[in-house]
Structures are given as structure tokens and as C-alpha cells.
Design a protein around this ligand. Structure first.
Ligand code: SF4
Length: 262
């Protein structure tokens, strides 16, 4: 399967939602910047004729930076290539734009899950644009506990390799995949344990599987580490017997982890 294609049945969230809100928010900021210049410029002129010009230059630079940043983000997403500063762009999206977009989304009535899905898709695309490839020992697959079958008697938190691969849940396929590629795999029961695992294993690339909320906070917590987020499926509702499309995991590993296989 070509890497540019999503695996059959893969969930494809919309980056456009996040970008659309970002563009809308930027347009509002540009209008506000104009008003901020125009309204006081009448009074400023009476103090000194150059003051409105100076204020105009400062606000113009701010507007130019906003437009350039947004254009660069959109171009990076459209081309799929690391044009300039994609790591810096991801940082700005994660630290500043995400909270702002969530607030804007709340005002215009867009549900949080859709925005988080869009954010995860955007993050994944920015990570992909860096064409990062790490050796298997520097990669980590991080899973939520809810992927394990609810009534499995084996405790795999701490050591996924204890799974006897009975095939009743996706831990079976995931642990076989990780073992065949020589990649570390771990199950985290929450953000604190996930952070501890990351500190211990010191990966250079993380493939994380979780729900919208946990992936969003995980991607933000782990920054600047590159994290590709894959949403789990919840056929029985949240937090119980969740599933993963193995082909999605394989695709991300093919893309970012150097194959140790002959
Ligand atoms: S594959 Fe079987 S043994 Fe492994 S975690 Fe799932 S239910 Fe338990």
C-alpha cells in the first residue's frame, strides 16, 4: 500500500475544521487590528502626526506575521513537506492555537471531539512533513489500557509481552507487530504513567493510540517529541474493549521507523 494512502477503513479526521476556524479567527484579528489602528489614530494625530503611522507599522507587522504563519501552515499541510519551521509551527499550534481554537469552537458551537480529532490530524500531518525515520529501538508504541479485553486475567500493564496472544483483543496483534519489528510497546493507564514510560524509555518517536481527549493531552504533554496519534474505536462505548485498525499502526511504523527486518 502506498504511504500516501490511508489504510482501508481508517478513520480520516478533518484537518480543514481546525484550519477553517484558524482562518476565521485570523480574519477577525485582522479586522480588530484595523479598528485598533483607525479608531485611536484620529486622537493620536492631534498628539503627533507620525503616531498613527507608527501604530500602523506595528499593527501591520503583527498582521503580516499572522498571515505568513497561517499561509506557511496551510502550505506545509497541502504539500506534506517540511517547507520551513514545521517543528516551530507544531509548537505554536500545540501551545497557543489549540486552546484558542477550542475556545472559538465553543463559542460557535462545534463539539470538542471534532476539534480534537482535527487537531490530532493536523499534528500528524506536521509530524509527517518532517519525514522523520528513527531506528526501531528509538520508537515507542504507547497504548491505552482499554484496548485489553476487559475480562482478560493477564496483567499486561508494565509488560505487554505477558500477553499470550489468544487473539481475543488487539493487544495480540500489536504485541506481535512490535516484537517482529523490535519496537518497544507499553500500556499506560493514564497521563502520569505515560510520562513515566516516556522518561524511562527516552524514545525519539512515539506512536500513541487513545481516544480524542487522551491523545490531545498526550501530544501536548510530549511536545517537542514527535507523536503520531491514532484514534481507537469504541464499539462497546468509551474505555472498554476498544479496538485499533492494525493497518493504521503498520502504516505509521513503515513511515517513521527504519525497518529492522531483512
Ligand atoms: S490477546 Fe488475549 S491474552 Fe492478550 S491481552 Fe488480549 S485477551 Fe489477554
Amino acid at each position: 500500500m502506498p504511504l500516501s494512502e490511508e489504510p482501508r477503513g481508517a478513520y480520516v479526521p478533518r484537518k480543514r475544521l481546525f484550519i477553517g476556524l484558524l482562518a476565521g479567527g485570523s480574519a477577525v484579528i485582522l479586522v480588530l487590528a484595523f479598528l485598533l489602528w483607525w479608531v485611536p489614530s484620529v486622537g493620536l494625530r492631534s498628539i503627533h502626526p507620525l503616531l498613527p503611522v507608527l501604530l500602523g507599522i506595528v499593527l501591520g507587522i503583527v498582521c503580516l506575521l499572522i498571515v505568513l504563519g497561517l499561509s506557511l501552515l496551510v502550505l506545509t499541510l497541502l504539500s506534506g513537506k517540511d517547507l520551513f519551521f514545521s517543528q516551530r509551527l507544531r509548537g505554536i499550534v500545540i501551545k497557543y492555537l489549540f486552546p484558542a481554537i477550542i475556545a472559538v469552537g465553543r463559542v460557535v458551537g462545534i463539539d470538542r471531539d471534532s476539534l480534537q480529532q482535527s487537531f490530532i490530524a493536523l499534528n500528524n500531518q506536521l509530524v509527517r512533513s518532517k519525514s522523520l525515520r528513527v531506528p526501531p529501538e528509538k520508537a515507542l508504541i504507547l497504548l491505552p489500557h482499554c484496548i485489553q479485553l476487559f475480562d482478560c486475567a493477564i496483567k499486561i500493564t508494565g509488560d505487554v509481552n505477558k500477553c499470550v496472544r489468544c487473539g481475543r483483543c488487539d493487544i495480540s496483534g500489536l504485541s506481535a507487530l512490535a516484537q517482529s519489528r523490535g519496537i518497544d510497546i507499553a500500556v499506560a493507564t493514564g497521563g502520569t504513567l505515560a510520562r513515566k514510560i516516556i522518561v524511562e524509555k527516552r524514545p525519539r518517536f512515539i506512536l500513541a493510540v487513545a481516544c480524542e481527549r487522551d491523545l490531545t493531552s498526550g501530544i501536548r504533554d510530549a511536545y517537542p517529541l514527535p507523536v503520531i496519534g491514532i484514534l481507537n474505536r469504541r464499539p462497546e462505548g468509551p474505555c472498554i474493549n476498544t479496538r485499533i485498525l492494525l493497518a493504521e499502526v503498520e502504516r505509521a511504523l513503515d513511515e517513521h521507523v527504519i525497518s529492522g527486518r531483512p
